[in-house]
Design a protein around this ligand. Structure first.
Ligand SMILES: Cc1cc2nc3c(=O)[nH]c(=O)nc-3n(C[C@H](O)[C@H](O)[C@H](O)COP(=O)(O)O)c2cc1C
Length: 186
């Protein structure tokens, strides 16, 4: 199983959580880390390159900090430009069929805030429904989300725990599993 981690953080150098998560998964076997903002800078997306990367992996994880309950803008642009008719859907658009698709996000909000009754109103799984719908639309298998909460207050020790949990998540997760959200740093 070859895993492609597409990292979308506008400033990975200043990031604590996403940088640490990207670093640790980079060392894992059969894993490619592709950091979009660093790779492209101001250049336009190379769609054939992105599609070839997708073709050569079995599992795609989108890793990003939650921005206004959504993805940073370059990842949205990536969806719009890379997941094209005839490639990801429509006639001949079966390139992602059967691949596992997941998300790994960080949030400033605490785990409690992402529960019903919390100030963010919804769970991460609910908030990330567009990603689940996207996975379904391209005939992929959506994985339970991985989330690191309270990311702006997180200690170095908790980051180390989150790294280990991320590696474990990627090792053991399967779309057949019905478990809900994997939550780090309550
Ligand atoms: C433009 C912007 C929007 C954000 N929106 C949210 C949000 O909707 N929910 C949330 O919990 N945190 C939000 N945050 C906080 C980030 O998710 C948080 O800073 C990030 O996960 C920290 O990860 P890092 O250490 O990798 O940068 C936002 C931050 C920025 C800059």
């Amino acid at each position: 199983m070859k895993t492609l981690i597409i990292v979308a953080h506008p400033d990975l150098q200043s990031s604590r959580v996403n940088r640490a998560l990207a670093q640790v998964v980079k060392e894992q076997p059969d894993t490619t880390v592709h950091a979009l903002y660093e790779f492209y800078g101001d250049r336009p997306l190379d769609v054939p390159h992105e599609q070839a990367l997708l073709d050569s992996h079995d599992r795609i994880i989108f890793q990003y900090p939650l921005y206004w309950y959504s993805t940073p803008p370059l990842l949205k642009k990536w969806f719009d430009e890379v997941l094209t008719y005839g490639y990801a859907f429509g006639p001949g658009g079966e390139h992602l069929k059967g691949k596992e698709v997941g998300i790994a996000i960080s949030t400033a909000g605490t785990a409690a805030s992402y529960q019903p009754g919390g100030y963010n109103l919804f769970t991460v799984r609910e908030i990330a429904k567009p990603m689940e719908a996207l996975a379904n639309y391209v005939s992929g298998h959506y994985l339970p989300p991985f989330a690191v909460h309270n990311a702006n207050q997180i200690t170095d020790e908790q980051i180390t725990e989150a790294q280990a949990a991320y590696v474990q998540h990627l090792r053991t997760i399967s779309h057949v599993q019905t478990a809900g959200l994997i939550t780090i740093n309550k």
